[in-house]
Design a binder for this molecule. Sequence first.
Ligand SMILES: [Mn+2]
Length: 373
Amino acid sequence: MKLLQISDLHIGKRLQEFSLIDDQRFVLNQAVEIIKKDKIDAVLLCGDIYDSSLPSSEGTKLYDDFLSSLHSLKVKVFVISGNHDSPDKLHFGSSIFKEEGIYVTTNIKDSLIPYSEGNINIYSLPFIRPIDVNECFNETNSSYSEGLKSVISKMNLDKSKINIVLSHQMVLPSSGEVILAGSEDIKSEDGKVIGDISTVPSSIYSDFDYVALGHVHKYMKVGTNAYYAGSIFKYHRDEASLDKYFLEIDIKSKEDIKVEKIKINFLHDVVKIEGTLDEILKSNIPTSSYLFALLTEREILIDPLSKLRLKFPYTAWIDYKNRMENSSISLDKDVENISYEELFSIFYKEQNEEDMTKEQKEIVSSLLNKEEE
Ligand SMILES: [Mn+2]
């Protein structure tokens, strides 16, 4: 059986003011071509189908078109809800879809019963919080790990079968550390998540033969045959240097499971570039890129965004590299008893990591003199 794992579609997400619908359509069309070419049997959509629990009409239209294309290829489709989806809305029409080979799972009870074909069982676990498990089974699990363990134990896995699971959770790899991509909307100061209450160790899934994960937006292997495909697009400037993938899984037997990364191409790439305004304007990056420009000028420029957009119309962000944001300047001097000139030169040095020039000092002095007058 050949599977295609696609995750974190976030249909309807925007990059600043730019709609990404055309970009998302471009990516999903690629998936359809791969499914045709590689004769995929089943597509796994591992949660965060939409970016919002209230998707836009252009978003629902794109998802509708995508599902219709998959349906016309007669490929099985498995869908779980992620933390961004509204489980109830995604569940709409699911009993009718099921008749057509599209299996949408958004609640815990439905996740206990697998789809079976030959010696393969496919389980679909939507994003779940401990409170959902507690409400469903009248239990008192206090962590995501406990909650998930409880659900998986109720599946009564038949280990003679090849068991596959789709799951949308924060799974810690064996190293115990997840490196986030940037667009996950999960609070973490340095992009690292190390064991907290919302994470589950990958060992929780150890009875499954393949774990198709969604939630983390960076491609990652977190355990034996447990993979995050990552999001389908670079949804954050911090993801500019990351490649994005579909995962093709070829299952021949319990012992013979091959996972292949298929790099996703983009209609417009997301590019982060650093330099002076002139340097950036002279660079040969494709003008259709969503651009994040990090300007290296020390002085604030006049409307650099408009200038950049003349050449790069999809400039999405602009920032200054050297705009020092030192908020804590430590002064070991008695502020009351030093001159304004000296105070200002200390401030300047803290902000710019260099001394003022003689000329700059003269300007400050003359301005201060005027002020005093
Ligand atoms: Mn997501």
